[in-house]
Design a protein around this ligand. Structure first.
Ligand SMILES: Nc1ncnc2c1ncn2[C@@H]1O[C@H](COP(=O)(O)OS(=O)(=O)O)[C@@H](OP(=O)(O)O)[C@H]1O
Length: 307
């Protein structure tokens, strides 16, 4: 089996590797970035000025951020029209993200895959509403694999390569378990902070119910009919069509930052629960369960839904 050390030419090495700057661990590195100083970038984000009505959309990558971003726009703007831009426009850590977020009209829905320690620190004092999206780690990893596959031109690595790399603790960034543990720690440290946790699998099962809960959290009007329309507009199939139509372009700097040999990611791939069964072998699944169990022993509280 290929590992990042044995087969660097397969492209995986350029993506899946703990940051060469270990103090910035938690910084999401998926593809080479043009950032000359990642640590300074993290500090700039920690110091980012928060407005009173900002909403923070926080999620580990591949957990459904695009989906919830679109729903949140519709709820806040009281419309079922699609947001014209793509989520990456206001993704804090993306190349040029800070400047674009600064120019954004209020109320802003700022999104980030950063761990909590690296998010703007003013969120705490301003008690900014946080929407946290989470998903079972097996489907998340499969989604990650296809994300990697789509962003690099030379992508000969397999799902097993990605899984082995994760289990060897050489994954690109913080693991999903570390992310969720930091989330729980933040809640323990700030018990009054407004946070809603949206579970991908529950959204798939009962999207209208979850949209109603989100509307209550955001304190915006949303009757049953409106929530039904939002759920329908934001179904996987409809969002995929809208994104394929070219209406939502990645910001130019976002694409440039990826460098030669890299493409923009495919986001709307399958959008289902349980695709992991088509990717894990029985033994890989058992070993990954061990990883999850070890994370539980260290305090991971989230109960995952796998089908
Ligand atoms: N509307 C809707 N309904 C259901 N599922 C959806 C929807 N929109 C996006 N998706 C799926 O979410 C996965 C991408 O997650 P993110 O948006 O968090 O990706 S990213 O980290 O911001 O790149 C990715 O999952 P996979 O299909 O399993 O790869 C997307 O297909």
């Amino acid at each position: 089996m290929a590992t990042i050390d044995k087969e660097p030419e397969a492209g995986l090495a350029s993506l899946i590797r703990k940051e060469s700057c270990p103090e910035a661990y938690g910084w999401r590195v998926v593809g080479p970035t043009n950032l000359s100083d990642p640590l300074q970038h993290v500090e700039n984000i920690r110091g980012f000025k928060i407005r009173d009505d900002d909403v923070i959309l926080a999620a580990y990558p591949k957990c459904g951020t695009h989906w919830v971003w679109e729903i949140t726009h519709m709820l806040l703007r009281q419309t079922t029209d699609y947001e014209k831009r793509c989520k990456e426009q206001v993704m804090l850590e993306s190349n040029g993200g800070i400047a674009r977020c600064e120019k954004e009209e209020s109320p802003r829905i700022i999104n980030s895959h950063f761990v909590f320690a690296h998010l703007p620190q003013e969120i705490i004092a301003k008690k900014s509403k946080i929407i946290h999206v989470w998903r079972n780690p097996k489907d998340t990893l499969v989604s990650f694999y296809y994300h990697y596959k789509s962003v690099i031109v030379d992508s000969r690595f397999t799902f097993s390569d990605v899984l082995e790399t994760l289990m060897a603790d050489k994954f690109t960034t913080h693991t999903q378990f570390e992310y969720l543990q930091q989330m729980s720690k933040f809640e323990e440290d700030h018990p009054d902070h407004p946070i809603i946790h949206l579970c991908y699998e529950e959204m798939k099962k009962e999207p209208i119910k979850v949209i109603q809960e989100l509307a209550r959290f955001l304190k915006v009007p949303a009757d049953d009919e409106f929530c039904r329309k939002v759920a329908d507009a934001c179904s996987f199939e409809n969002m995929k069509v809208i994104n394929q139509s070219g209406q939502k372009m990645f910001p130019a700097e976002f694409s440039v930052s990826r460098g030669p040999g890299h493409k923009n990611p495919v986001i709307y791939r399958k959008g289902v629960v349980g695709d992991w069964k088509n990717h894990f072998t029985v033994s890989e699944n058992e070993r990954y369960d061990d990883v999850i169990n070890r994370a539980r022993e260290k305090g991971l509280k989230f109960k995952f839904i796998y089908q």
